[in-house]
Design a binder for this molecule. Sequence first.
Ligand code: TXA
Ligand code: MG
Length: 318
Amino acid sequence: MITTSIERAVSALIKGEVIGLPTETVYGLAANCYNEEAVKKIFELKKRPNDNPLIVHVKDASAVEGLVTSIPEVAKRLMHEFWPGPLTLLLPKSKLISDTITANSPLVALRSPDHEIALELLNSIDFPLVAPSANPFMSVSPTTAQHVADYFEDNISVVLEGGSCKKGIESTIVGFEGNEIRIYREGIITQEVILNTLNDVTVGKIGEKNVTHPGMYKRHYAPKTPLFLCKDLLAELQRYDHHKIAILSFIPIEGIDCYPSAVLSEKGSLEEAAQNLYAHLIELDKSGADIILTQLLPDHGIGKALNEKLIKASTPIE
Ligand code: TXA
Ligand code: MG
């Protein structure tokens, strides 16, 4: 089922099947956005509640016309600067986009993935692709074709091989209030990056009370093994010493070599930590440990998005 054949992927999509799609962020479960049955299949496969909308993937900014009724000037500038790339824009949908895709919202989420194979595929078909991350609802997002195959092996016939995802965490999602940009989901493209690139714009976060969509469920990207966030890893190790403990640390920590452990970045790079986060969580989840202990990362730049993921994946410590 894991294949490098674009032709096989195209023919599966034309038949209304769902496929595994590599992107630069995480792998997606993709289907023809104009085929309502195929769109519904995605929700079934993921066991995703149908009030949680899907992102539409396009080959480039020109492919957005027709899918939306209007595009604020600032959105055009964002597309120009960041597409293809890990930035998803919320725009008013046209009739071409079904209410199933947007979960009845008048807005549709759109992005153009920065991945050679995804773009080659999008250029070989004449429809956009809806694609949520290719994990069952509430589990860790996949960053390799094998992760997708492990999750869905009996239920999809094609997973396009695209290597390990270069970015490793989901796209930043932004919406607009007039010409103001609002961040709905943090990602690699941070508020600072947007401000540094378009220096005359206003970027804010949406308030908690405005969160209507469940991408923002409190517990979300969770491994099955309880994951605890601790201030001092070594001290917590003593506390749980009767358990089989796995450790996920940002950089190597002396004195914990004897445990099943994973280091997010030997050299302390947040970009590298993002690339490795989900693969390490999946690996430690399979290690047979009773619990996984981890720590928050430096809370700046993409560290903020990573910490948000860790907090959502964790079980509160008593
Ligand atoms: O990087 C990514 O964005 C990956 C890759 C595959 O492109 N996709 C992804 O999709 O993360 P998903 O479905 O796992 O997360 C998309 C989130 C949803 O949970 C939802 O909260 C938000 O995007 N979303 C989608 N459409 C929306 C809409 N119309 N209004 C508000 N939020 C929306
Ligand atoms: Mg997801």
